[in-house]
Design a protein around this ligand. Structure first.
Ligand code: NDP
Length: 476
């Protein structure tokens, strides 16, 4: 059984203790990864710190050109890395490109694009004031060392979102992948790290405790975190002790609202993928669907037709569209929430019973008959289950969307765009999509409000978020 290694200061690094990575579709052990010690975390941070001044001092054009080489290396290694994503995370290989099944090949395509775009962006000096007596310029400086803590749902893509803007802006990085999906990320960092000066990207690995050593270290200058709100709070406490700024991309419980007059057949596919992308294990997936009573039965029927037709199985088999739930903790959470819905008298439209056999397979499940306050509506299921709630008054649907602490994404569906815009502007969420859901883009800032976090990623604003402002003020 191969043990995969960390990448620190341009070198492979092992640890005395290791842990297994398992395939969620089969239970098969895929390999082992190191459990970094506290001393190894410190030494990865030290390598990043030592490399940072020279990296930041490089001409911008050189860093940009290198980033484009990283994108090319990701493309060249995409078949190998996509297999890691499928075998370790579970999502099927799927087709290529943005219009195909959003599987592992799509994830790698995203890694390539989300590397190219920051490479093409600039943060020019902004003259914020000038008169006869003075000139004041706003410059953007890197923070220094960025700690990146990544989750298991889109393990490579989210690692790229955290690392690439950071290094583009002149920071260096230490990243800790989730213990559930470590090896694919270690392999990705090795691929790009070999093209970079030693110390620019570094990895540590192991359980959450390793992440807490990283986040709590006084040698860190900025933290990028994606994961649960509860872990986010712990990281925010550690960051406060060191006065370190953070970008917090936390869980959501996105509402999708179907307005009267929408076209159920036309929107069904968009709604389906908005909810079930990556088996629902996506922070900005639709997790509560509010449908006007006039369209309720047609919408449920259209979604049922899609949900019962999608092939589910081992994602290495071509043609699979749905894979397993990534880990047992998440699987148990999904089972528990569906059982609680049954006990509350809900109707299971399809799915609702764990599948037999190996692997964390759970069928796509649609649930009706619930109201706000039911656990499946109020708690983030982060899995292949969608509660569909009937409403009669649009104001009530808006109130439902806004009543929880979550505020990552939301969507409004209608053939009347002005009506949809009017509702969208009343929803408390970082992004409100109209007639689509979760359609992120590398040029468009993305982030949550309320309990879903703070700070944005992507685009020029995302690049600014990994820099600190510095004013150069000149007396004339
Ligand atoms: P966590 O928030 O615990 O994990 C996210 C990352 O944080 C992982 O790398 C994890 O490491 C690390 N971590 C865990 N504890 C600490 C700590 N004390 N200090 C620093 N880093 C730490 O998510 P879970 O895997 O527990 O998932 C729980 C829930 O979070 C899900 O059910 C879902 O609701 C939500 N979630 C949201 C995601 C999003 O995209 N916003 C992504 C994943 C989950 P390790 O995995 O090794 O413990």
């Amino acid at each position: 059984m191969k043990t995969y290694l960390n990448f620190v200061n341009g070198q492979p690094v092992g640890s005395e203790q290791t842990f297994e990575s398992r395939n969620p579709a089969t239970g098969e052990v895929l390999g082992r990864a190191p459990i970094s010690t506290a001393a190894q975390v410190k030494s990865a941070i030290a390598a990043a710190r030592a490399a940072q001044p020279a990296w930041a001092a490089r001409p911008d054009a050189e860093r940009k050109a290198l980033m484009m080489k990283l994108a090319e290396a990701i493309k060249q290694n995409a078949p190998y890395l996509a297999e890691w994503v499928t075998r370790e995370q579970g999502k099927p290989l799927g087709g290529l490109g943005p219009d195909q099944v959003p599987g592992a090949r799509f994830e790698l395509w995203g890694c390539e694009v989300w590397t190219q775009v920051p490479a093409s962006l600039d943060l020019p000096v902004d003259v914020v004031f000038e008169d006869d007596t003075r000139r004041d310029e706003m410059h953007r400086q890197p923070f220094g060392v960025v700690a990146a803590i990544a989750p298991w749902n889109w393990p490579l893509l989210i690692a790229i979102w955290q690392m690439i803007p950071s290094i583009r802006a002149g920071n260096t990085v230490v990243i800790k992948p989730s213990e559930y999906t470590t090896i694919g990320t270690l392999e990705l960092v090795r691929v790009i790290g070999e093209l970079l000066p030693p110390g620019v990207v570094n990895t540590v690995s192991g359980p959450g405790e390793v992440g807490s050593w990283l986040a709590g270290d006084s040698g860190i200058d900025k933290i990028m975190f994606t994961g649960s709100t509860s872990t986010g709070k712990k990281i925010a406490e550690a960051a406060a002790r060191n006065m370190v700024p953070t970008t917090m991309e936390l869980g959501g419980n996105d509402a999708a609202i179907v307005l009267p007059g929408a076209d159920p057949k036309a929107m069904a596919m968009g709604l389906f993928w908005g909810a079930f992308i990556n088996m629902g294990q996506t922070c900005a997936a639709a997790k509560r669907l509010y449908v006007h009573e006039s369209l309720f039965d047609q919408t449920v029927a259209a979604l049922k037709e899609l949900a019962t037709a999608m092939p589910m199985g081992n994602g290495m088999d071509e043609g699979m569209v749905m894979g397993p739930i990534q880990n047992r903790m998440q699987y148990d959470k999904v089972v528990d929430l569906v059982e609680s819905a049954k006990q509350a008298g809900a109707t299971i439209v399809c799915g609702g019973k764990p599948k037999d056999g190996p692997g964390n397979f759970y069928p796509l499940t649609l649930v009706t008959g619930l109201e706000d306050g039911a656990r499946l509506v109020d708690e983030e299921q982060f899995g292949p289950v969608l509660p569909i709630i009937k409403y009669s008054n649009v104001d009530d649907a808006v109130a439902s969307a806004n009543r929880l602490r979550a505020g990552l994404g939301a969507s409004v569906w209608s053939t009347d765009i002005e009506a949809a815009r009017a509702v969208a502007s009343r929803i408390q969420a970082g992004t409100v999509w109209i007639n689509q859901h979760g359609m992120i883009h590398p040029m468009v800032p993305f982030g949550g409000i309320k309990g879903s976090g703070y700070g944005v990623e992507f685009g020029v604003d995302g690049l600014k978020a990994v820099t600190q402002p510095q004013v150069i003020s000149l007396k004339k």
